[in-house]
Design a protein around this ligand. Sequence first.
Ligand code: BTN
Length: 261
Amino acid sequence: MQTLLAGCPFGSPLVALEDVDSTNLEICRMRQRGAPEGALAVAESQNCGRGRRGRTWVSPPGENLYFSLLACPRLPAARAPLVTLVMGLAVAEALESMGFLPGLKWPNDVVLRGKKACGILTEWHADGDGYFLVVGTGINVNQTSFPEGLEGKATSMVLERLSQREGFFQREPVLALVLRRFSDFYETLEQDGDLSRLRGRYEKYLVNTGRAVEVLDPKGSWKGVAEGISDGGELIVRDGSGGVRLVYAGEVSVRGVYGYV
Ligand code: BTN
């Protein structure tokens, strides 16, 4: 793995584990021991994998990628959710470079044929005067069956590949592709402070565009039609009265009115 990541700002120091509670928790422990930005924790399986909105991320051994990065972005804390969007974009571009047709369901689910193939959980931690982020990513690589309840909603690279090539995917090269793209986008994001140079690339994959979405705001859900994203990473949604509203990635999520997407 070290060779595949040579020169990449994210991926060192690297901790590779057989089994762990959660790679996100592992990064917190590494930070307590003084790990710098770029640290990477990867595991074969997680026995307490965490998803968004308090859900569990089922993490069986030997099939998928489960990894977390330590990021200390030179960005105001309000802009931290953009790092998650940038990871989604990195996964989408990496999959496209391997011959897939990925989509992004705002803010950060990567989908293949309308089903979720990757989830990202970014956790924010106060750190002295500043903050750090743990960017945890799960990519379904070689999983061929999913627990009841996830069938029809989840998929994997091996189930969705378009080429005739058979066999399972090697996971390390996929991880290296993602980390290299993430590093480039992260640098751009830090330079600009927003998504002005990345927004077009993100919108190319955005599956919500033109679709009815329900915005799950803790202050009250509402429905509208998604139109794209702003430079601040907000989802642009036209509401029922024709007004345009910006939905901030840190607070709410959206679901399709007519299905997952
Ligand atoms: C989601 O609910 O969509 C986010 C899922 C994030 C899963 C990844 S797997 C690696 C990292 N460790 C965790 O416990 N969660 C994230």
